[in-house]
Design a protein around this ligand. Sequence first.
Ligand code: 5RP
Length: 224
Amino acid sequence: MHHSTNLILPSLLAADWSKIDLEVRRASAAGAQWLHLDVMDGNFVDNISFGPQMVQTVRKCTDMYLDVHLMIHRPDHYLERFIKAGAQNITIHVEANYDTSVAETLKRIRAAGLHCGLALHPSTPFEAALPFVRDIDLLLVMTVVPGFGGQPFMEKETMPKLAAARDYRAAHGLNYHLEVDGGIYTSTAPIAKKNGANLFVCGTSSFGPPDMEQSMRELAASVA
Ligand SMILES: O=C(CO)[C@H](O)[C@H](O)COP(=O)(O)O
């Protein structure tokens, strides 16, 4: 898939976990092609979500592409378990601690036949990703401080960085997707698109409304 393709990715964090199977199917029936799964370790971020077992559970419910965002320290230590669980993309944070290194972890993800992503906390400059941009499929520009759904979109802090990542990609003939995550609604998605995003992670705005097919359609229309 080329980075000119726009996708709305529902974030499982905002689903009703009392009926996870139905929620995954609801997202798929609403037109989602990729599902975003947020893994939090209570250490790298100030919240705990779920681990490889949830990824495996979701894998059993759907053929959707599973985009797994590891908000954890030592992602290289846990990597194998997420690969086995059925992730198709694994995104790691440039700010995390590693037993090995960011470069080695990206290499291992690709060697396993998966796509790999690199994520930037809102306070991390694009320059921190520069050593890795030739070796990633996706750059995730966090548009909230990672850890919780329902936070406001940090436009001033993150949009110049997103635009810089887009301009660098064009200037150097690179191909990574630009993903945004946090506070994405029909009001903010067009701002992110204008600055280069093509993958839009939507929690509250996708799973929140009762008619998910309608919310997905409206989100897609806002970036069409
Ligand atoms: O990574 C995240 C928070 O760290 C999530 O993807 C979160 O689900 C986004 O939620 P919302 O769309 O409600 O802002």
